[in-house]
Design a protein around this ligand. Structure first.
Ligand code: ADP
Ligand code: MG
Length: 300
């Protein structure tokens, strides 16, 4: 696998008239990372993915994929992509379609293996016009896999799938990422980002508004809440604990919001030996998502 960054975006910008679809993004993805590009409709996810693929030309800024331009990377079979509206052929079988794409590449994996990895071996002889929405998505996944790419780009891969196929899809995907490949997937499903990504890049109106592990993105938007019974607690003492952003003291009942609940808890235990009934709750990614994207206007 090539050295250096898998994907490097610098100052990437694409405007459509007044619409700042992507408004100056810097992002580096290391080989082997599984990154969710999370954001509401209209945030700029697809435009970003399309620029990484070289399908959309940036107004300014640079894209490199394993050190190459997108067209060179695609020519070498380094990038596999699964796009939302990728067309399939009605009259060709699934095996034929995946085979055609394989024949465009120098070192494809065997078609049967791509079908197996996408979980559609039994559909090899099915024609395009006989596939359900979820099955079509899996065919697109097989097409993306067959060049045996180092980087997989997926734009809302599970959009047309029911809950069962969604779970199946991610199981196949994890088998792929376990081989050390790099994956960038766009989604507006919080649970998918939370469950399947090592890193979450949160987009809003063409900008990256948060970037980190799921835990870090949560912490950005309020962290955790610590509740406990603290005999002898006073406002001053609680306010003085490390990490505290907000607090409430009602008699012995104490609730604090903290951006570093580990530190808060250690200090609480050290300062108040009688503390008991401790509860710590994480602000869900959903809470973080809502608070970071809250002024997003209603879209579609
Ligand atoms: P997402 O994938 O996060 O839903 P997109 O990247 O598709 O967002 O779109 C970002 C913004 O750019 C939206 O406001 C969208 O309407 C606009 N946009 C995207 N593509 C075009 C285009 N070809 N022409 C005009 N506006 C576009
Ligand atoms: Mg999109």
């Amino acid at each position: 696998m090539a050295a250096g960054a898998a994907v490097r975006l610098s100052g990437l910008r694409k405007h459509y008239g007044e619409v700042r679809a992507v408004d100056g993004i810097d992002l580096t993805i290391a080989p082997g990372e599984v990154v969710a590009l999370l954001g509401p409709n209209g945030a700029g996810k697809s435009t970003t993915v399309d620029m990484i693929l070289g399908l959309t030309k940036p107004d300014s800024g640079d894209v490199t994929v394993f050190g190459s331009t997108p067209p060179d990377a695609i020519k070498r079979g380094t990038i596999g992509a699964m796009l939302q509206g990728g067309a399939l052929l009605d009259d060709a079988t699934v095996g034929e379609m995946v085979g055609m794409v394989a024949s465009l590449h120098r070192r494809p994996m065997p078609v049967a293996e791509a079908l197996r990895r996408a979980g559609i071996e039994e559909l090899a002889n099915r024609r395009g016009n006989k596939l359900s929405g979820g099955q079509k998505q899996r065919v697109r996944f097989a097409v993306a896999l067959v060049s045996d790419p180092d980087l997989l780009l997926l734009d809302e891969p599970t959009a047309a799938m029911d809950v069962g196929s969604r779970r199946e899809f991610w199981r196949s995907m994890q088998a792929f990422t376990n081989t050390g490949r790099t994956v960038l997937f766009a989604t507006h499903y919080l649970e998918e980002a939370e469950e399947f990504a090592d890193r979450v890049v949160l987009m809003r109106r063409g900008n990256v508004v948060a970037d980190g592990s799921v835990a870090q993105v949560r912490a950005l938007a309020g962290g955790r809440t610590v509740r406990a019974v603290v005999p002898g607690a006073t406002d001053e003492m609680i306010a003085g604990l490390p990490g505290v952003t907000e607090f409430q003291v009602r008699g012995e009942q104490v609730a604090v919001s903290s951006f570093d609940s580990d530190k808060t808890l250690r200090a609480l235990l050290a300062g108040f030996p009688g503390v008991h009934d401790i509860e710590i709750a994480a602000v869900g990614l959903e809470g973080a998502f809502l608070s970071l994207t809250s002024d997003e206007e209603e879209t579609r």
